[in-house]
Ligand binder design. Structure first.
Ligand code: DC
Length: 231
């Protein structure tokens, strides 16, 4: 008998390893991994490159007018074991995680029309089930009926240090202080925005991974997953 294919929603704070975790789960289960933060980042990058963000100030109306010009798609990259994100056919995976994009993405993701467009795309991607989706509103708005919801968090300084190491390894010249500021301010913005703020769904399981390895998180996850399947 085929194993039941479910939707796994992973929400939580910035930089707490949601994507790494979601990607590992997808590889383990043979599911599709969808990084919804990458979609908000791709819209932000497009807005930055096309004049809708100047000196860090986002022109909401201009972003909304641009939305029809922005075609996002994911293509599986076997080397990474995950999908790369493309905007209008251009690979933007390497450009969306800079501090410049990180500093503007909360403002762009608080625009209602941006959210409606991306949420509709995400719902479409989940129609065939067997997906692990990570973001801020997956268990509350995109898939409130997801069978397994996880709310991830970790100490803010631990998160800043992890992100700092990644950016330095990628050749960015950033300071730990600016990364910490960004992590804390994004948490605040994501949790206080008017539309679909980050919050734990009532039925989500909390995973604080401040002191957990990826292996420990995976063991924690597999127990919960088996429980859901046996219901
Ligand atoms: O997961 P991330 O840090 O790459 O996400 C970037 C930003 O996108 C995050 O600060 C808030 C926004 N976001 C969102 O509003 N809703 C989602 N489902 C995913 C991300």
């Amino acid at each position: 008998m085929d194993t039941k294919r479910i939707i796994i929603a992973i929400d939580g704070h910035s930089s707490c390893g949601k994507s790494t975790f979601a990607k590992a789960i997808a590889a383990r289960l043979g599911y599709i991994f969808i990084d919804t933060g990458a979609m908000y980042r791709a819209v932000t990058l497009y807005a930055l490159e096309n004049g809708a963000i100047n000196s860090g100030i986002v022109d909401d109306d201009m972003v909304v007018r641009m939305l029809d010009e922005i075609n996002i798609d994911f293509r599986f990259n076997p080397q990474r074991g995950a999908s790369d994100i493309y905007v209008n056919g251009d690979l933007v995976e390497g450009k969306i995680r800079t501090i410049e994009v990180s500093n503007c993405v909360s403002a762009v993701s608080s625009i209602g029309a941006v959210r409606s467009k991306l949420v509709a795309m995400q719902q479409q991607m989940g129609l065939r089930r067997g997906v692990v989706m990570d973001g801020r509103d997956i268990g509350t708005v995109v898939f409130p009926e997801a069978e397994l919801k996880i709310y991830m968090t970790a100490d803010a300084m631990v998160r800043a240090q992890r992100r700092y190491k990644e950016l330095v390894a990628a050749g960015d010249s950033v300071t730990l202080e600016e990364i910490y500021e960004n992590v804390v301010s994004r948490d605040k913005a994501d949790m206080s925005r008017a539309i679909s703020p980050l919050r734990k769904a009532d039925d989500a399981l909390v995973l604080d991974n401040s002191n957990m390895s990826v292996e420990e998180q995976m063991a924690w996850f597999m127990e919960r997953y088996e429980e859901v399947l046996s219901k």
